[in-house]
Design a protein around this ligand. Sequence first.
Ligand SMILES: [Fe+2]
Length: 281
Amino acid sequence: MNPLLKKIKERDALPPLPEIVQRINKKMKDPECAAQDVAMLTLSDPVLVGRIIKANVSKEKSNWSFTDLKQSIASLECDEIKEMVYSKAVLNLFDNVSKFDPHNFWRHSLSVAFYSQSLANIKGLDAEDQSLAYVAGLFHDIGIMLFIYLVPGIYETLLSKIADDQTPKKERKLSIQEENAFGISHPKLGAAYIKEWWTKNTTILEAVQNHHQTSSIVSKLSTTTRIVHIANRYSNSQSIMNGIMVFKEPFKDETFEMLSLTKKQKSTFKEMASAHLTSVN
Ligand SMILES: [Fe+2]
């Protein structure tokens, strides 16, 4: 077995995804789930509470009561709460990682999550499948964080090689370098980690594991996998990258064909993406 795969199976090698992610995920699957339900889960976490107050309230108030807090949460959309919960939960896993810009990484992950959910919505998927697309998009690159966590020195050398202009262009692809150096790429490592510690949901696992496959392979896989693949490429084309990629890949409109989007659906997506881009810049 690949030594890194073996490593992530060791109970003490890595922390499991925090319980709050699992609880929120379960809650989101409940058709009766309201923003309030998700919000109440966050009240158990003081850092999250602080974020919510900071994100939503700019009143000059020094003392916060529980009622103030509940009102503050009540005014947030479910997605905003989810983003805060996931971002805090995931970034907490890698608190001790230096030489890595979590901001860019997180911005990219959130954008891919947002685009994935938007595409799922445009394709008419139901609420649960939209939620799966969001989560798969959010965690698609978690394998990169695992490399940084498990083998920071070697991975940094690999990143330097990719960033070096002297390296032949075909060798500057992250997944190829990872395969060469470790015998496994971040999509596979990420999927293995999620499967080991969080969920065996095949929709999420397939999407994470195949997000860098070629279009011809991806077009034969599930709708969610195609969605996350497109969302990732679209995000990169808008320069919302994970902080590691060195090439700004052009996005060809034909890529949408693997989802059979109509002209109207494509323009709806582009409008949503453009509004999102404005909001994150
Ligand atoms: Fe990736």
